[in-house]
Design a protein around this ligand. Structure first.
Ligand code: ADP
Ligand code: MG
Length: 399
C-alpha cells in the first residue's frame, strides 16, 4: 500500500469554487477561469502516490500550486474535489477529531520561514507539538531531546531562536517535526532561505536522517539542483497541474513538453559550477584581537600552515602564514603588518570558469566573501581539478 495517494485533487480559490470546478471539467484553462469567472485554480486534478520511505520532490514556477498542493495533503486547505489517502484513509473525509489526530501522529511539517515561537527556548519549541498532544512532561522532554540530538543541536536547548543563525533555526524547525515521530514530513521550500553553504549541509543531513529514520518526505523546491540531489522522484507543476512525474533521469532525458525542457535547460546552465558550490569552510580562522600566539596554536591544532584572519564583525582581513605569525610573535610586530592582504576574493555566485586565471596565478586559496564577510574558501586545486574532471564527464556524456 502507498504511504500517500492523491487522486484527482483540485483546489479552487474564490467565491464560487463549484463553478470553477465545472469550467475546469469543461476544459477551460486556469487563465480563462480567472478572467471570465473570477475563480483562481490553485491545484488542478493532481494525482500521484508516494511510497513509504520515498523522497518525493515537487517543483514548479512560483504560483504553479506547490504550496497549495502540500497543504491539501495535510488538509490545512480544504479541497474542492478529489481525495488524499494517508495509509489508505481519506483525510478529506475525516471528522475534525480524527483529522487532528492523524495530523499529529502522521504528518510533520517544516516551513520556509521556520515558524518558531520567539519567546520559547529551543527545547520548548521542539516540545510544543507534544505539549499540544498532552504528552506528559518527562516523555516529551525525552523525545524533544532525541530530536535535538538528531539534528545536531545538542547544547542549544536553552537558547532562544533569535540567538541562532538561520541554518540552526531551521534545524529547530526540523527537530520539532521529528519530535512527533510522524512517518511523513512535508517540507515547503524549507531550505530556500538559507545561505548556499548551510543549505548544502542541510540537504546532506536531511538525506542522512531520512536513511536513518526511514521517513517519507514530500519536499517542495524551485531549485533544480536541490530537486535532483534529493528526489527519488520529481513532480513538475504548471498552472496547478502536475505535468510530469519521474526520476531525475526520466525528466532530464525525456521531458514531456517545452515547460519541462526549460527546467532541464536550467540544468545545463547550472552544470557551470559556481564558487558557492565548491567552497568549503576555512579550517582555521582567527581575529587580530587574539594575537599571534592564538593564531599559532590554532594552526598547530589542525596542522595548517596558514590561517584566515577576520575582524570582530567577521569581515575578511587576510591570510597569516605560520612563518609570519612566528615573526609577529617574536619581534612583536602587530599582526596587521605581517598579514598577506592580497589574497584574491570572489562572490559566491562567480562561475568557476572565471576563476581559472586567478587560480593559476595565486599561491593562496581564494576567499569567498558576501558583503565583506568570509563565507568560505576555495583551494586552487579544487578549481583546476573541478574543471578538468567536469570536462571529462561532459565528453563522456556527449560522445
Ligand atoms: P506556489 O507555492 O507554487 O508558488 P501557490 O500554491 O502558493 O503556488 O499558489 C497557486 C495559485 O493559487 C496561485 O495562483 C495563487 O495566487 C493562488 N492562491 C494560493 N493561495 C490562495 C488563497 N488563499 N486565495 C486565493 N488564491 C490563492
Ligand atoms: Mg509556495
Amino acid at each position: 500500500m502507498n504511504k500517500i495517494e492523491v487522486n484527482q485533487l483540485t483546489k479552487i480559490f474564490g467565491s464560487n469554487p463549484k463553478l470553477g470546478l465545472e469550467k475546469l471539467n469543461q476544459g477551460k484553462s486556469k487563465d480563462s477561469i480567472l478572467k471570465e469567472y473570477g475563480q483562481t485554480v490553485g491545484v488542478n486534478q493532481a494525482s500521484f502516490h508516494v511510497e513509504a520511505g520515498e523522497f518525493f520532490v515537487i517543483m514548479g514556477l512560483s504560483g504553479s500550486g506547490k504550496s497549495t498542493l502540500i497543504r491539501l495533503v495535510n488538509r490545512l486547505i480544504e479541497p474542492t474535489n478529489g481525495e488524499v489517502l494517508i495509509d489508505g484513509d481519506d483525510i478529506t473525509k475525516m471528522d475534525k477529531q480524527t483529522l487532528i489526530q492523524t495530523r499529529r501522529q502522521k504528518l510533520g511539517m517544516v516551513f520556509q520561514n521556520f515558524g518558531l515561537l520567539p519567546h520559547r527556548t529551543v527545547l520548548a519549541n521542539v516540545e510544543y507539538g507534544l505539549e499540544l498532544q498532552g504528552v506528559e512532561k518527562e516523555e516529551r522532554q525525552r523525545k524533544a531531546q532525541k530530536a535535538i540530538e538528531d539534528v545536531g543541536l545538542t547544547g542549544y536547548e536553552n537558547s532562544y531562536p533569535k540567538q541562532l543563525s538561520g541554518g540552526m533555526q531551521q534545524r529547530v524547525g526540523l527537530a520539532r517535526a521529528l519530535a512527533n515521530d510522524s512517518d511523513i514530513l512535508l517540507m515547503d521550500e524549507a531550505f530556500s532561505a538559507l545561505d548556499p553553504l548551510i543549505r548544502k549541509e542541510m540537504q546532506d543531513e536531511l538525506l542522512n536522517l531520512q536513511r536513518k529514520l526511514g521517513k517519507t518526505i514530500i519536499f517542495i523546491t524551485h531549485d533544480l539542483d536541490e530537486a535532483l540531489k534529493l528526489g527519488d522522484r520529481i513532480a513538475i507543476m504548471k498552472d496547478g497541474q502536475i505535468v510530469q512525474i519521474g526520476t531525475s533521469d526520466d525528466i532530464l532525458e525525456n521531458p514531456i513538453n517545452e515547460y519541462v525542457s526549460n527546467f532541464v535547460k536550467d540544468v545545463d546552465r547550472s552544470k557551470v559550477l559556481e564558487a558557492s558550490q565548491v567552497m568549503r569552510k576555512p579550517e582555521v580562522v582567527t581575529t587580530y584581537k587574539n594575537g599571534p600566539r592564538t593564531a599559532i596554536r590554532k594552526m598547530e591544532e589542525v596542522g595548517a600552515s596558514s590561517i584566515f584572519v577576520v575582524d570582530k564583525d567577521d569581515n575578511f582581513k587576510g591570510l597569516l602564514t605560520i612563518d609570519d605569525a612566528i615573526r609577529s610573535h617574536k619581534e612583536e610586530i602587530p599582526m596587521e603588518e605581517v598579514l598577506i592582504d592580497n589574497v584574491y576574493s570572489t562572490s559566491p555566485d562567480t562561475q568557476l570558469n572565471d576563476l581559472i586565471g586567478i587560480a593559476a596565478e595565486t599561491k593562496y586559496p581564494i576567499a569567498v566573501l558576501d558583503d565583506g564577510k568570509l563565507l568560505g574558501i576555495i583551494s586552487r586545486v579544487s578549481i583546476l581539478s573541478g574543471l578538468v574532471l567536469g570536462k571529462e564527464k561532459d565528453e563522456v556524456t556527449t560522445s
